[in-house]
Design a protein around this ligand. Sequence first.
Ligand SMILES: Nc1ncnc2c1ncn2[C@@H]1O[C@H](COP(=O)(O)OP(=O)(O)OP(=O)(O)O)[C@@H](O)[C@H]1O
Length: 250
Amino acid sequence: MSQVVLETHNLLKRYGGITPTNDVSIKVEKGARHALIGPNGAGKTTLVNLLTGVVEPTSGRISLDGQDITQLAPHQRVRRGIVRTFQINQLWNELTPLQSLALTVSAQLGISHTWWKPLGSDPRVAERCAVLLKQFRLDDVMDQKVSVLAYGKRRLLEIATAIASEPRVLLLDEPVAGVPEGERQEIFDTINALPPEVTILLIEHDMDLVFNFARTVTVLVNGTLFAEGDVASISTDPRVKAVYLGEGHG
Ligand SMILES: Nc1ncnc2c1ncn2[C@@H]1O[C@H](COP(=O)(O)OP(=O)(O)OP(=O)(O)O)[C@@H](O)[C@H]1O
């Protein structure tokens, strides 16, 4: 039987007269490849901010493994395993991919106070970094500064960093936004190869990625749950098509 990991219960967020999240109840199952889509202003970012704890709901609840986490601060949710990537680059430009990953891996192993020691000084860090660098196709650029990396590689490093912290639930926020056409496939492939045990909620505009990646799709429109189902039903739903065609998403 499927197991629900992350769930929202009648979640509602109101800013004055605007309700970007309006009575939204969704269930994200263990190991899910679940996409959250919707036209501009649908409330996707607000929902992610509610899930990560950056924004407090006006009403409603959020639960992780059946436990209410609505009142937990963002860092407490990270500790429980809800990790997100960002639409906007959050990397350290002066570090290399290897150094960036070593920081996160060291923290994960509880040895962050020694992160500045030569990498080889703890073989567990070096080993884990080597696996991540290969998995995320960063081994050829591992010693270059982040500031000189191609945009697609930076996005891969963001996802690698999130995975390095061993999330239970990964919120992938528009991983191909702004990535040039020629670099997208590499990101598609890498995301498709993420470990099956990690539960993934993907927030994305790119329908190619959504329909290749997801098994379940939730469509938000004007803050409200508009449609939900498997990829086949959502991709052929005339109401969903109409919403996207109206926004010029084709
Ligand atoms: N802090 C805020 N104060 C007032 N209104 C807000 C706030 N945050 C979001 N909104 C409004 O809520 C609505 C939903 O915004 P949100 O950014 O969540 O949508 P989105 O689906 O992520 O859009 P996009 O695809 O353009 O990123 C918008 O009308 C937005 O202006």
